[in-house]
Design a protein around this ligand. Structure first.
Ligand code: ATP
Length: 226
């Protein structure tokens, strides 16, 4: 970072992205606009610590994100794929990723973007207390997870968040915030997409450049004649 350079507000959207789907992209675009982000990074995990291991290789998952973003209206510099986790020791703990990003650009503010399913899993994340000291949270509605469950999960985090009705926002102890966006719902998952592909169906929520990549590289059991 150049001395005197102003800090940016950067959205961090990590995941397996196996493959990236339209839900991921719509969510990223929505948060980008709504939070007035300067940048948003989609960060594929090399070795996800919290779920089954990916079907596709890291290089393919990253290439599919890049292909999808190339077709997006937001400029390349502002929303891009970060391959950072390929250079960090496995498993890909978010605390290590955020620390590496903060070390490179200490003035930046980081917002961690997660689906509601990931919020419920957050207490199990490696060094979650340290992570919550470094980021603010953006939680997006997913499936049938009720708002009351989200409230309880945010309040139970340590260090905890307290809801401030005047700001309609959760506040952490060190100036961090947590927002819950329940007005967008994107009923799609990578697992459903992989199932469709293996069964020879072209998935509805798969961006065309990603489908082209899968077809060309014969990923997820896709066969041309199927
Ligand atoms: P899988 O079906 O293989 O578990 P996934 O669709 O959940 O995959 P991930 O790459 O694991 O995709 O998700 C990365 C992040 O994106 C997670 O925080 C997850 O909660 C969030 N996410 C993924 N799909 C959606 C969606 N449709 N709506 C809201 N959040 C989502």
């Amino acid at each position: 970072m150049v001395a005197g350079e102003e800090g940016l507000t950067v959205g961090l959207f990590g995941g397996t992205f196996d493959p990236v789907h339209q839900g991921h992209l719509d969510l990223a675009l929505h948060v980008f606009d709504r939070c007035r982000l300067d940048r948003l990074l989609l960060i594929p995990a090399l070795v996800p610590p919290h779920k089954r291991q990916p079907v596709a290789a890291f290089a393919d998952r990253a290439a599919m994100i890049e292909a999808a973003l190339a077709a997006c209206s937001v400029g390349r510099e502002r929303m891009r794929c970060s391959r950072l986790e390929a250079d960090l020791p496995p498993p890909s703990y978010t605390i290590h990723t955020v620390k590496a990003l903060a070390a490179a650009r200490p003035a930046d503010r980081h917002l961690l973007i997660i689906g509601a399913d990931s919020l419920l899993d957050l207490p199990h994340w490696h060094r979650i207390d340290d992570l919550l000291d470094l980021v603010s949270l953006i939680v997006v509605r997913r499936a049938a997870i009720e708002p009351a469950v989200i409230d309880r999960a945010l309040a139970a985090l340590a260090p905890g968040f307290t809801f401030d009705p005047s700001r309609n926002q959760w506040l952490g102890r060190g100036g961090q915030t947590a927002d819950y966006f329940d007005d967008i719902e994107l009923p799609v998952s990578s697992s459903a997409i992989r199932e469709d592909l293996a069964a020879g169906r072209v998935p509805a929520m798969l961006p065309p450049p990603v489908f082209a990549y899968i077809r060309d590289h014969r990923l997820y059991g896709w066969r041309e004649a199927s």
